[in-house]
Design a binder for this molecule. Sequence first.
Ligand SMILES: Cc1ncc(C[n+]2csc(CCOP(=O)(O)OP(=O)(O)O)c2C)c(N)n1
Ligand SMILES: [Mg+2]
Length: 433
Amino acid sequence: MQELDYSPPTHEFKMVPSSLDRSSWTAVPSDDSVRRAAEILNSGDKVALLVGQGAAGARAEVERIAELLGAGVAKALLGKDVLSDELPYVTGSIGLLGTRPSYELMRDCDTLLTIGSSFPYSQFLPEFGKARGVQIDIDPHMVGMRYPYEVNLVGDAKATLERLIPLIEGGRGREWYDTVCANVTRWRDVMERRAGLDADPINPEYVARALDSLLPDNAIVTSDSGSTANWYARHLTMKPGMRGSLSGTLATMGCGVPYVIGAKFAHPNRPAIALVGDGAMQMNGMAELITAAKYRHLWDDPRLVIAVWNNHDLNQVTWEMRAMEGAPSFLPSQELPDVQYAAFARSLGLTGIRVEKPEDVEAGWRAALEADGPAVVEFLTDPAVPPIPPHATWDQMEATAASVLKGDADRGSMVKQGFKAKVQEFLPGRERK
Ligand SMILES: Cc1ncc(C[n+]2csc(CCOP(=O)(O)OP(=O)(O)O)c2C)c(N)n1
Ligand SMILES: [Mg+2]
């Protein structure tokens, strides 16, 4: 059969050749709904934007409408690379792994414009009835699901914003804008202090912070699901040329290394960096190093860094259990075997670096970024540093402390570390909210 000459079918009954044309198309909402959306946005004094990965093709338009509205912009995790974190009104990530200024933005706004995001956690959105809302989404099945938006604009983000922007009135007072920017500045300060705290042996926040200043401008960063997703969300400053991704919807462990390898195949001339927990490395990341070793010759830019936060713990869940159930760390399920990740990488012919002290963190990153091929850099980090949620209250810190008193494995170190981190938000001379 395979060797016979091919003759395409002609047009007969039950035999219709399909069309091969692939003209592009753009979905846009009706003029009337765009006008109604503009009315709502124009009547707001305190406007918040929430952008997700669906806004990726509309960077300039998102910036334009945010500036016209004097709005703050929070980003869903998959939308982290949509907008630069260097813009003063970008509050960063939203949600449990997000930032305090994003939380404050949603808490205090009177109008919400969501673009290309199905972020589901309503406790991080404006309180029901407190804000008027407009949504832009290309998927009609997804609109209006997460918040009672008054207008749902079904359409492509860029094309819809192009129609909406000419109807937006600028010239609001600067009070709200200035508050948003001040909250952002304050949070950045807190994060820097948190990363600067001593830990045993290495503060995991410091490891991410140290990478931030070394990140190449065109880097692609991936994160696994675990405590590193907190540090990816909060400590990395996305700049316009960077890309980033993680398992944003399912939060599946084990995505970090396969994603970064996928990034190298898609963009062999760009540096790529994965932030991964030791649990995820044991799950599948170590096996995926074999893939990296096999295909490294295909990548023009040799930089592929796999960074392992080696805390001997399934830490994100250990903390979830402490915070949500008041349960102490249950070592038989949470503790991980000690594995030599750097040595394993070397056994495959890759670069392997093990960092055991805070003073070697920066040099470890530099060496990995300067390696002539895939490199694993392993940091011995402290599982007692809590991924404190942005809206943590003193009550929650107390519940966490109580779980430790029930016999938690990390005992004193954990309490001390948690309070040391939290206290950075309440330093003298800082306005208490
Ligand atoms: C496939 C899968 N299994 C389990 C989970 C639940 N889970 C989320 S984070 C986490 C712990 C991750 O541990 P590790 O990779 O060591 O990162 P750490 O939090 O310690 O930095 C677990 C078990 C998940 N999200 N996906
Ligand atoms: Mg771990």
